[in-house]
Design a protein around this ligand. Structure first.
Ligand SMILES: [Mg+2]
Length: 165
């Protein structure tokens, strides 16, 4: 069992975790096709233990399918909103590489390592955890969020289990 009260840093996947599509499509139809998952933000707020939230997202659609400036604008607006709504410090990074060997593409832990070195060091990794929807559950499309947390060495929880806490 994860000791949530001791956690201060919450690493979060973006698509399917902090936001979902309005269209119900798996991939956003365009850059406006998203809505905030209020259930997730309310849980972050209610738990009250987190001081930092870090969005870590694979975005291999940039720049071929998604315009980079549009995506950055969307990500900044989401980060700003979460910062205000949940009263936490928010960082947001993305990896646009589709190369599974790229150190920053989840399940590789490069994005978390970079954030840790820049902002969270020397905080103990026992005070950090990650949530995502790529959790390798039966029927799940991927386990890249789960594996990313394991590779970085922190606790992990599927987002649907997180909202049920
Ligand atoms: Mg996801």
């Amino acid at each position: 069992m994860i000791n949530i009260e001791n956690k201060r840093v919450l690493f979060c996947d973006l698509d399917g975790t902090l936001i979902k599509t309005v269209s119900k499509a798996v991939f956003p139809k365009d850059v406006t096709d998203f809505q905030i998952r209020k259930d997730v933000l309310d849980k972050v707020k209610d738990l009250g233990c987190f001081t930092h939230l870090a969005i870590v997202t694979n975005q291999a659609g940039i720049p071929k399918f998604v315009n980079k400036e549009d995506f950055v604008a969307k990500l900044c607006c989401i980060a700003k909103f979460i910062e205000k709504y949940c009263s936490v410090n928010v960082k947001a990074v993305w990896c646009s590489s589709s190369d599974s060997n790229h150190p920053c593409r989840k399940p590789n832990p490069g994005m978390l390592e970079d954030l840790y070195e820049e902002y969270y060091d020397p905080m103990s990794k026992s005070m950090m955890m990650m949530i995502g929807d790529a959790s390798g559950k039966p029927g799940c499309f991927s386990d890249s969020d789960l594996k990313c947390a394991e590779n970085f060495g922190i606790d992990y929880m599927d987002v649907e289990d997180f909202v049920m806490l």
